[in-house]
Design a protein around this ligand. Structure first.
Ligand code: PMP
Length: 392
């Protein structure tokens, strides 16, 4: 096992080593995380609507835990398919206004399970270069060819679609909002290309579900393309504040996945308490509109304050706001200095992002107040100036 030590040392030399750090939460304070003895403003969580500490979700989960027990005991196709699943899937279909829905254990398993069920050797997956790792891994698992197109570059996608036009099945996959950049996919153009080349279209709404659309349905609904998207996927771990994932689409798609998606078939069903918690969260996502409104206010304020401070935050209106630093070590130093200032904002480094684009990825929550965000941007500016990332 000596090779491991050597490789780990090389990673440490390149400021690419990771370690697990203990964090804890503060009851009723979803905007903060505790490291050691200190409460830090949490600008590195995906709890966009601040639901992770919602008393009604916690109560529903507690009740389900007492009645249904700790675990589901088997996979869904055996005896793990508790009534809670059916209730959640029905609520999901109503919410998305689609024929059917299927709950997965998490987004990683949903993406890897769906893609490997839809395509196989001889097929091709057209995937944005910045898509989430679970989409890339799902494609590798499927043994279909991976055709990666340059980020949001529709001309490049068209070129690849035409190059592979004779392949059997074609699947275009994109994140709706990109997890490390916070920008959006050009969904209208993707729909046009899908029709032109006879491809299937799958959209991952992990970072847009709960945030866009009148009832938080996601970016596809916000842009009115929901009926053109064949596979609509999202997670319960971000805006919903719980854990799990969903896939929505036609009856046929869901029947196919129940029979073919291996992560669903060969893994134990989620504990019923989590499914019940996500069902409650789905209800709140649709009814507590003020959370979405508050989040969008926070986004506008934070983006404009950082911009006024001299940072390039790019275009966009998503809660993911990156500051590209470039150098891995500098990104780490920036993150450590922010922690000294009472802010949790982790450095994101390769291979999560392309080489030379290490960054601080801020993510916002409806739980953050204007006062907290204004104070945070002042501290981010101070650190930027101290480290020479920002120049006057
Ligand atoms: N898709 C995207 C775009 C993501 O950012 C993530 C989580 N980081 C996932 C899928 C995986 O979701 P989960 O955390 O529920 O496994």
């Amino acid at each position: 096992m000596n090779w491991m030590e050597k490789e780990l040392e090389a990673m440490a030399d390149a400021s690419l080593i990771r370690s697990l750090r203990a964090c804890s939460s503060i009851p009723k304070c979803p905007g903060y995380t505790v490291r050691g003895e200190r409460a830090l403003l949490n600008l590195s969580s995906n709890d966009y609507l601040g639901l992770s500490q919602h008393p009604s979700i916690i109560e529903v989960m507690r009740e389900a835990l007492l009645i249904e027990g700790a675990g589901s005991g088997a996979s869904r196709l055996v005896t793990g398919n508790r009534l809670a699943y059916g209730r959640l899937e029905e609520a999901l279909s109503d919410w998305q206004n689609c024929e059917a829905a299927l709950v997965f254990a998490n987004g990683y398993m949903a993406n890897s399970g769906v893609i490997s069920a839809l395509v196989r050797r001889g097929d091709v997956v057209f995937s944005d270069q910045l898509n989430h790792a679970s989409i890339v891994d799902g494609t590798i698992l499927s043994r279909a060819e991976l055709a990666r197109y340059r980020h949001n570059d529709m001309e490049h996608l068209r070129f690849l679609l035409s190059k592979y036009r004779d392949k059997r099945r074609k699947l275009i996959v994109t994140d709706a909002v990109f997890s490390m950049d916070g920008d959006q996919a050009p969904l209208h153009e993707l729909v046009l290309l899908k029709h032109e080349y006879g491809a299937m279209l799958m959209v991952d709404e992990a970072h847009s579900g709960g945030i866009y659309g009148g009832r938080g349905e996601g970016l596809c609904h916000e842009l009115g393309v929901q009926n053109e998207v064949d596979v609509h996927m999202g997670t319960f771990s971000k805006s919903f504040g719980v854990y799990g994932a969903y896939v929505c689409g036609s009856h046929t798609l869901i029947r196919w996945l129940i029979n073919k998606a291996r992560p669903l078939i060969y893994s134990t069903a989620l504990p019923p308490s989590l499914v019940a918690g996500s069902t409650k969260a789905l209800d709140l996502v649709q009814t507590e509109h003020w959370r979405r409104e508050r989040l969008h206010e926070a986004i506008m304020l934070f983006r404009s304050s950082l911009s006024a401070a001299g940072f390039d935050v790019g275009a966009g209106d998503s809660p993911i706001v990156p500051i590209i630093i470039g150098d891995n070590d500098m990104a780490l130093r920036f993150s450590n200095a922010l922690e000294d200032e009472g802010i949790a904002a982790v450095a994101i480094r390769p291979p999560t992002v392309p080489d030379g684009t290490a960054r601080i990825r801020f993510s916002l929550s409806a739980a953050h107040t204007d006062k907290e965000l204004i104070a945070a941007t002042a501290r981010i500016r101070t650190v930027g100036l101290q480290l020479g990332v920002l120049r006057l």
